[in-house]
Design a protein around this ligand. Structure first.
Ligand SMILES: C[S@@+](CC[C@H](N)C(=O)[O-])C[C@H]1O[C@@H](n2cnc3c(N)ncnc32)[C@H](O)[C@@H]1O
Length: 899
C-alpha cells in the first residue's frame, strides 16, 4: 500500500468516509510531483495512533509532567531536549530516548537521571482507541461547522506525516542544487555557482548545501567590498591580506581599516583610560572611537554581535564614561545616512509631523492638497511631477522668508541606520574598573554595550528545513533584519494552513547552533545565573570576555577583540574559538601590518555631534513668548509647596532665574502610557531639550538636575511606524545629548537597581547555546547634571552611605494593591528616595526643589519632608489636583497651593 491508500483505509476504518479525500487530492498530487509516494507498507494502527498523537499534540501533558519534574530537580531541560523527548513519547523509538539522555547529559554532566528514566517509562502510551476518539471529536466539530479548510488540513497533515515516515524525503546535494538553480540566478555569480556545483558533486553531508551557500554569499560580499561596489559603510579602503594570518596585531591608529569586511563573527571593542591616553586630545580619541565603530560594523558578519566595553575614563578630573556611552550609543545606531525608498518608510508622514517644530504652517482647508503633494514629492516616479509637487508645496506652506524649504523637504528622504541597540550591562567589581583618581564616591561600574548588526542585505537565505531557495520575502522582524517564507510545496515544515516556514538568517543561525553538541557550545548554568540581569558582579575582566565569547559566538568562529587584554585573550583560547586581538596597546610580540596606515578622519566627531544633520532633527530651539519673573512674584514665601497646572516650558519661562536649588524628575516616557503625545522621537526630544533649557535658567549657580529615565522598549516612529520599528530605545543616551546641548554637563549617573521583574524570569526559551541568552533589564538611570562650568556644591554629610556606590537599590513603587486597584492614582510614580536624594544632597534653605513633570506629587512631598520648599509643574489638571490631595494627606501640617 502507498500512503494515499493508507489514508483511505484509515478514513474507512474510522468511519469518517473516503468521500472527504476529494478535498485533499489536489494538494496531495502537487506534493507528490516533487516527492513520489512510492511506499509499500502495511497498515498498522500503532503508527496511525502515533501520527494522530503527533498531529494533535496528545502527548503535551506527558511531556509537561517530565519537564516539570526535571525543573524541580534542577536539571536544565531546553527546547532542543523537549523536541526529542516529544518525538519519543509520540513514536516510542528507543533511539530517540537514547538521544534525549545523551543531550541532557551535555547540559547536566553531573546529574543522575534514574528518576527521570522511571518517570518517562511510566507515561502512558496513547493507544489507537484514545487517539481515534480525540481525532473524531475534532473531526465532528469541523464537520458540523462545514469547515472544509480544517477538514482538508487534518487529512493532509496525516498524509504528510505518513509520507515522511514511509518515504525518504531528503534530497541529495546535487538534487538540491538542480532544484535551486532557477532561484540562484542573480543571487550568486557564475563562478560561485560553479564552485557550488563542484562542492555538491563531491559532498553529500546533510546540511552541506546550506553551509556552502552561506559561505559563498559571504565570499562574494567580501569581494565586492574590496572592489568598492557596496554602500560606503561597507567598502574596504585598505586591503592587506597578511592580516588574516595573525591573531595578535598592533594597531598603529587607523589599522582597523585593514580588517576584512564581514570576516568576524563577533567583535568586542574596549575603551579604557589607557586607550584614551594614546591620543593627544579628547577630540582625537573621540574620532578614533567613532572610526572604530564604523570599522567594526564593516568587519562583523551580518546579524551578529558588537560589544563595546566602556570603563571609567578620567579627563581633567571628569569621568567621561557615561558621556561616552551617549556618543557610542547614538553614533553606533545611526551613523549611516541613506535615502530610504522602501515602502515601510513614509517620508511624507514624517515630514508633515515635523512642520510644527520647524515653524511651518498651512491653512486647514488645504491639508488634503498638501498631503497629496507630499505623497507625490516623496514617492512620485516622474521627475517632472516631483518638481511640480515641490513648487506646489512652496506655494501652499507658510514659513519664514529666510527658511530653506527645499533643504527641509529633501532632508526627510533620508534615514539613519547602523547597529541595533540590545542592552547595556552595568558590571561591578572588576579589579581595573576602579577609578585611578580619587573621587568622593566609589564608582567601579563598567559598561558593556551589546548591539546587533542588521545591515540591509536582501539576498536570500535557504529554508532551514528543505534548504530550498524557492522563497519569498516575508517581512522585517526588525528594521534591516529580513525574514523569508518557504514556497517549496514538498517542504516538510508546512503549517496546517499550508504556509511555509518563516525564518531569517539569524533564526537559522541560532537554531542550527542548538544542534552542535560540542561541550564548548553549551553555556554553563553558573554563567547563565551570573549574567541573568543587566547588572552583574564579576571578579575579573576574564569573566566578561568569557561571557561575551560563549554568549555570542559558536565554536570555531572568529571573535575579534579590539584593544583586548592580550593575557586574557591568550587564556581564553580554551573556549575553542579563533580569537584575534588588534590593539593600540600591543607589545613587541604583536604583528605589525606592512602597508602604510590609512588615516582616521579628523572631523568625524565634529561633523556628527556638532554639525550633523541627524542631531539637528532632535535639538531645535522653541521660541519663548517672553522670559519674565511674573510667576515668582505671585508666590508667597511662607508657603511650603506649589503645584502649577500648566505646560512646563511656559511655566518655567515665568520663574525668576536662580530660584531653584535642584530640579528632579522622571519625565513622561516617549510613547508610553496614556500621556504619550509625540508622533515621533524627534518631537519628543525637541520638547525635553527645551524644557531642560528653561529649567537651566531657573537653577542657581550650583544647582543640579536629577533626571530619572530607563531605556525601555518602544518604537522611535522615525523610520518604520509598524511593529518592526519596535526595539530597545536609547532614551538615556539621547537625554544626555539633549542636556549637554542645553548647556549642562553630566556629573555622573546613579544606576537605580529595580531588581528582576517577576514576569521576565526565563528569557532564553530553554536554550543553553549561544545567542539565546538575554539578560533581563532591571535598572534605570538617574543622571546628575549641573550647569557647564559651575562648581558642584553637595551637602556631603547628607549623602546616605548607600549612595556612595553608583548602583543603588530602591524598591519600585507598588501602585497596584491586592485587589488590582491603582492606589496612587497615577500610572508612573517614582519612589520617594529619588527626590529625597536630590533634596538632601543639593537642597538649600529658601530655594525650591522643582519638578517640571510632577505627576502624583512625589517630588514636592519629599522636598518638604526634608525641610525644603517644593514646586512642581503638571499639565494634567486631574494629576495636579491629585498631587494636591496627596500632599495634604501625607503632610497635613504643611501648606500647598495649586495655581
Ligand atoms: C512620569 S510622570 C511623573 C511621575 C512622578 N514622578 C510621580 O512620582 O508621580 C510624568 C508627568 O508629566 C506630565 N507632563 C507631560 N508633559 C508635560 C508638560 N509639557 N508640562 C507639564 N507636565 C507634563 C504628565 O502628565 C505626567 O503626569
Amino acid at each position: 500500500m502507498n500512503c494515499l491508500e493508507l489514508l483511505e483505509k484509515f478514513a474507512l476504518d474510522s468511519g469518517i468516509g473516503a468521500s472527504h479525500l476529494a478535498l485533499v487530492r489536489d494538494r496531495i498530487n502537487e506534493f507528490n510531483k516533487a516527492n513520489e509516494d512510492k511506499a509499500a507498507v502495511d497498515y498498522d494502527i500503532e503508527t496511525m495512533a502515533a501520527i494522530i498523537a503527533d498531529s494533535f499534540k496528545l502527548n503535551s501533558e506527558n511531556l509537561k509532567t517530565v519537564t516539570d519534574f526535571c525543573v524541580k530537580k534542577g536539571i536544565q531541560i531546553g527546547r532542543r531536549h523537549k523536541k526529542i523527548l516529544l518525538k519519543y513519547l509520540n513514536y516510542r523509538n528507543d533511539e530517540d530516548l537514547a538521544d534525549f539522555f545523551k543531550e541532557l547529559a551535555i547540559e547536566n554532566p553531573k546529574a543522575d537521571f534514574d528518576e527521570v528514566k522511571k518517570l518517562i517509562s511510566a507515561q502512558p502510551v496513547i493507544d489507537y482507541d484514545i487517539a481515534l476518539k480525540k481525532f473524531l471529536e475534532l473531526w465532528k466539530v469541523a464537520e458540523s461547522e462545514e469547515d472544509t479548510k480544517k477538514i482538508s488540513d487534518y487529512l493532509f497533515g496525516l498524509y504528510s506525516k505518513l509520507h515522511a515516515i514511509f518515504n525518504k524525503s531528503e534530497m541529495s546535494n546535487v538534487e538540491l542544487l538542480n532544484y535551486n538553480l532557477p532561484f540562484i540566478n542573480g543571487e550568486l555569480s557564475e563562478a560561485s555557482i560553479e564552485e557550488l556545483r563542484a562542492f555538491c558533486e563531491t559532498n553529500n553531508e546533510p546540511g552541506g548545501f546550506y553551509e556552502k551557500y552561506v559561505q559563498l554569499l559571504r565570499q562574494e560580499l567580501q569581494m565586492q567590498s574590496k572592489q568598492g561596489e557596496l554602500e560606503d559603510s561597507m567598502n574596504q579602503a585598505a586591503v592587506d591580506e597578511s592580516i588574516k594570518e595573525h591573531s595578535y596585531i598592533k594597531d598603529r591608529k587607523g589599522d582597523l581599516h585593514y580588517l576584512i569586511t564581514e570576516e568576524y563573527d563577533a567583535v568586542y571593542l574596549r575603551l579604557a583610560q589607557q586607550i584614551y591616553e594614546q591620543f593627544g586630545s579628547l577630540k582625537e580619541f573621540y574620532n578614533y572611537v567613532l572610526d572604530a565603530i564604523q570599522q567594526s560594523f564593516r568587519a562583523l558578519v551580518n546579524n551578529k554581535v558588537f560589544a563595546v566595553e566602556i570603563d571609567n575614563i578620567y579627563v581633567q578630573g571628569r569621568n567621561i564614561k557615561w558621556l561616552l556611552y551617549a556618543y557610542v550609543g547614538v553614533y553606533a545606531e545611526r551613523f549611516i545616512r541613506t535615502e530610504e525608498k522602501r515602502k515601510f518608510y513614509a517620508a511624507d508622514k514624517i515630514c508633515k509631523e515635523m512642520f510644527r517644530a520647524y515653524g511651518i504652517g498651512f491653512e486647514p482647508e488645504q491639508e488634503a492638497e498638501i498631503d497629496s503633494c507630499l505623497k507625490t514629492f516623496y514617492n512620485g516616479k516622474k521627475e517632472s511631477l516631483v518638481h511640480q509637487a515641490a513648487d506646489d508645496l512652496k506655494k501652499l506652506l507658510k514659513y519664514d522668508a529666510g527658511f530653506n524649504i527645499d533643504q527641509f523637504l529633501n532632508e526627510w528622504r533620508f534615514v539613519y541606520y547602523g547597529f541595533s541597540f540590545n542592552d547595556c550591562l552595568v558590571i561591578r567589581g572588576s579589579e581595573d574598573g576602579k577609578p585611578q583618581y580619587s573621587t568622593q564616591v566609589k564608582n567601579d561600574n563598567k559598561l558593556l554595550f551589546i548591539f546587533y548588526k542588521y545591515r540591509m542585505d536582501e539576498r536570500k537565505t535557504p529554508c532551514p528545513v528543505c534548504n530550498g531557495l524557492n522563497v519569498s520575502g516575508n517581512s522585517y522582524p526588525e528594521v534591516g533584519h529580513r525574514s523569508w517564507e518557504c514556497k517549496n510545496v514538498i517542504c516538510k515544515s508546512r503549517s496546517k494552513s499550508n504556509r511555509g516556514k518563516r525564518y531569517s538568517f539569524k533564526t537559522n543561525y541560532m537554531q542550527f547552533g542548538t544542534l552542535n553538541l560540542d561541550p564548548e557550545n553549551v553555556i554553563e548554568k553558573e554563567m547563565i545565573a551570573k549574567w541573568r540581569k543587566d547588572i552583574s558582579f564579576v571578579n575579573s575582566d576574564e569573566e566578561i570576555y568569557e561571557m561575551f565569547i560563549k554568549y555570542f559566538s559558536f565554536p570555531d568562529e572568529k571573535v575579534l577583540f579590539i584593544n583586548g587584554k592580550q593575557e586574557i585573550v591568550d587564556k581564553l583560547e580554551e573556549c575553542g574559538r579563533a580569537l584575534i586581538n588588534i590593539s593600540l596597546l600591543a607589545d613587541d610580540k604583536a604583528y605589525t601590518i606592512q602597508s602604510s596606515v590609512p588615516g582616521i578622519s579628523s572631523d568625524l566627531f565634529e561633523n556628527y555631534f556638532e554639525k550633523g544633520a541627524y542631531l539637528e532633527r532632535f535639538f531645535r530651539d522653541k521660541a519663548v513668548v517672553q522670559y519674565s519673573d511674573e510667576l515668582s512674584k505671585q508666590l508667597d514665601p511662607k508657603q511650603d509647596a506649589y503645584i502649577v497646572n500648566g505646560d512646563s516650558f511656559d511655566v518655567l519661562s515665568r520663574l525668576e532665574p536662580g530660584c531653584v536649588a535642584a530640579a528632579v524628575t522622571s519625565p513622561p516616557y516617549f510613547n508610553a502610557r496614556e500621556y504619550s503625545q509625540w508622533e515621533n522621537m524627534y518631537l519628543y526630544y525637541i520638547d525635553m531639550y527645551n524644557i531642560a533649557k528653561n529649567t537651566l535658567r531657573t537653577l542657581d549657580e550650583s544647582g543640579i538636575f536629577l533626571y530619572n529615565i530607563g531605556d525601555v522598549n518602544g518604537n522611535e516612529m522615525t523610520t518604520a511606524k509598524s511593529n518592526m520599528g519596535t526595539k530597545r530605545l536609547l532614551l538615556g543616551a539621547y537625554s544626555i545629548l539633549a542636556f549637554e546641548k542645553a548647556g549642562y554637563e553630566l556629573v555622573d549617573n546613579y544606576i537605580w537597581n529595580k531588581g528582576e521583574p517577576q514576569s521576565k524570569r526565563s528569557t532564553n526559551d530553554g536554550n543553553f547555546t549561544p545567542h539565546y541568552q538575554k539578560p533581563v533589564n532591571c535598572y534605570e538611570h538617574m543622571f546628575i547634571f549641573k550647569r557647564k562650568g559651575d562648581r558642584l556644591a553637595v551637602n556631603e554629610q547628607e549623602i546616605p552611605e548607600d549612595w556612595k556606590n553608583f548602583v543603588v537599590d530602591f524598591m519600585p513603587v507598588f501602585k497596584i494593591n491586592s485587589k488590582g486597584k491603582n492606589t496612587v492614582g497615577h500610572t508612573a510614580p517614582y519612589p520617594e528616595d529619588i527626590p529625597q536624594f536630590a533634596a538632601k544632597a543639593f537642597g538649600k534653605p529658601g530655594k525650591f526643589i522643582m519638578d517640571p513633570f510632577l505627576g502624583s506629587g512625589t517630588s514636592i512631598v519629599s522636598a518638604v519632608r526634608c525641610g525644603y520648599k517644593g514646586i512642581g509643574i503638571e499639565f494634567s489638571k486631574e494629576y495636579a489636583e491629585l498631587a494636591k490631595k496627596r500632599f495634604e494627606e501625607d503632610l497635613p501640617e504643611k501648606t500647598v497651593e495649586l495655581i
